[in-house]
Design a binder for this molecule. Structure first.
Ligand code: B1M
Length: 216
């Protein structure tokens, strides 16, 4: 099976909510020695975004969106394990990451985490729907270098600003670098709220994290 066929089939498995086929395809990707990151980004991620567009246009409904995200998670879990295994052991820095309060979208965050780990960054994943107060507490506890937040809803994006405000209010802003991401976030948004970095995707998150670590 060629990489192009794998990518096309990965998209289809998400649109058809076919978990068995998606898992089989993830296993096949690894068995045939293809790049798991490419299959996630060009295949499964593309499929879930297409599903989101169909949902946005009212052509599929929430249960299908939920099912397709479960399919995506099952396949990505298999590929993630292989990505993390290929990583290096020595830590270059500490990264606390969470999906912000009121937001349960965590597929993209999971991919960001896997790639950060491959670059020797120690990641503390706080999960999803996490308050700004808890994120700051964790960052202080583990002496984080970078605090990263993911927000997928326009309504929850404001928590990224709240994090900046709280850090400033408590005299902690200089102690951490911050990174924002998630579909509605942009470089402009990051500049506006005073975040140190914005990353459009997982690969950029790694590049920017490494740059931020050089500045700590
Ligand atoms: Co939701 N959802 N969803 N959803 N969902 C969106 C975001 C939406 C755009 C769909 C749509 O309407 N077209 C829309 C938001 C509209 C808006 O705010 N303007 C939406 C909505 C409305 C909702 C609900 C309100 C639906 C409802 O209940 N009526 C509800 C909200 C629940 C809540 O959070 N409170 C909801 C629920 C869900 C599911 C549970 C069904 C599921 C999430 C499952 C899960 O994550 N565990 C889901 C899904 C799957 C989506 C879409 C289809 C796909 C998101 C995704 O996983 N993308 C999404 C449509 C879309 O995004 N186009 C949609 C793939 C992933 C690899 O990409 O997450 O962007 P992404 O992550 C990328 C980058 O953004 C970046 O790197 C990642 C990897 O490359 N990145 C970072 C992400 N975080 C980063 C952090 C960084 C750096 C980079 O640094 C810290």
């Amino acid at each position: 099976m060629s990489i192009e066929d794998i990518i096309l089939e990965a998209r289809e498995t998400i649109l058809q909510c076919d978990q068995a086929r998606a898992v089989g395809l993830a296993e096949r990707t690894l068995a045939e020695g293809y790049d798991p990151v490419e299959v996630i980004s060009a295949g499964f991620s593309y499929g879930i975004r297409e599903m989101g567009e169909l949902f946005g246009r009212g052509e599929v409904f929430l249960p299908q969106l939920i099912m397709s995200s479960e399919v995506m998670k099952a396949a990505v879990k298999i590929l993630d394990a292989a990505i993390v295994q290929s990583g290096v052991a020595q830590y270059k820095g500490i990264f606390v990451i969470a999906t912000v309060e009121g937001d349960v979208h965590d597929i993209g965050k999971g991919i960001v985490i896997s790639l950060l780990k491959t670059q020797g960054i120690q990641v503390h994943d706080m999960g999803r729907d996490v308050s700004v107060v808890k994120i700051i507490e964790k960052a202080l506890e583990v002496k984080a270098d970078i605090i990263g937040t993911s927000a997928l809803l326009t309504t929850t994006l404001m928590s990224q600003k709240k994090l900046e405000d709280e850090l400033r209010k408590n005299g902690l802003r200089e102690q951490f670098k911050t990174m924002v991401g998630g579909a509605p976030a942009t470089q402009r948004w990051a500049d506006r709220i005073g975040a140190d970095a914005y990353a459009e995707d997982a690969a950029e998150a790694v590049t920017k994290a490494l740059l931020l670590l050089k500045r700590t």
